[in-house]
Design a protein around this ligand. Structure first.
Ligand SMILES: C[S@@+](CC[C@H](N)C(=O)[O-])C[C@H]1O[C@@H](n2cnc3c(N)ncnc32)[C@H](O)[C@@H]1O
Length: 218
């Protein structure tokens, strides 16, 4: 009951920020343009916290699943050899493409529209897959709602089933999740598909605790 109230408060807060927050924001020295329909990386802490814990190397090929403004892809693109960023929201794809160019990483990062892995070929493997999924309970009714809601954790279930085909044997998934959305259930779903997990970082905020997981198949 208390968790559901927290979820309702978080949904209210994010929607207010999306509507009335500034649409050009600065995070860790980079500038990102967003719109009312694209997840704002400044005012919701997951984006910055996840970006701070990206530790890619110059040899890495990275997939940023659910790129939104492109913040994770652009952060990885400062070091990695190649980054592919995917989003289901066409407006996110357009603005992430602009942010990639404005931040000077267009030779490294490409942004494509797709529903999870549907636009990719399993011939292309990645050494790191970054995943910042929606995690609240609710029914998506707009493109923006895809940033918030994952009813019955269907998206994460599909992700862990399909991601196996796109990961290098020694690669890993870096995923952020929230204490108000049943992270133990998500880890159990991942485990059903053979994923092993460890914790990279965790941090408590005013509304919830965020946990960044590393998931591997070996
Ligand atoms: C919580 S937001 C995170 C955005 C960004 N990565 C960040 O850290 O600020 C989740 C993103 O996943 C995208 N998304 C949701 N469902 C998706 C799907 N089936 N395929 C691809 N992207 C999806 C949403 O459109 C949204 O941009």
């Amino acid at each position: 009951m208390f968790t559901r109230l927290k979820q309702i408060f978080v949904i209210w807060l994010i929607k207010k920020v999306q509507k009335y927050g500034p649409h050009k924001v600065h995070v860790s020295g980079k500038t990102y343009k967003v719109s009312e329909n694209v997840f704002n990386p400044k005012y919701y802490y997951t984006s910055e916290f996840m970006a701070r814990h990206i530790k890619v190397t110059p040899g890495d090929t990275v997939l940023d699943m659910g790129t939104g403004s492109g913040i994770q892809a652009i952060t990885a693109g400062r070091t990695a050899a190649r980054v592919v960023a995917v989003d289901i929201n066409p407006e996110a794809v357009r603005l992430a493409g602009k942010n990639v160019r404005d931040n000077g990483v267009e030779n490294i990062v490409s942004v494509i529209e797709g529903d999870l892995f549907s636009s990719l070929s399993p011939q292309h493997k990645f050494s790191v897959i970054l995943f910042t999924p929606p995690y609240l309970e609710g029914t998506p009714r707009s493109f923006f709602d895809n940033s918030l809601f994952d009813p019955q954790k269907e998206l994460v279930r599909r992700f862990f089933r399909e991601a196996k085909e796109y990961l290098d044997p020694d690669g890993y998934v870096q995923m952020i999740y929230s204490s108000i959305a049943g992270p133990e259930q998500v880890i159990s779903i991942a485990g059903q598909f053979g994923w092993k997990h460890s914790i990279i970082a965790r941090e408590k905020t005013f509304t919830e605790e965020f946990i960044i997981y590393k998931l591997t198949l070996n």
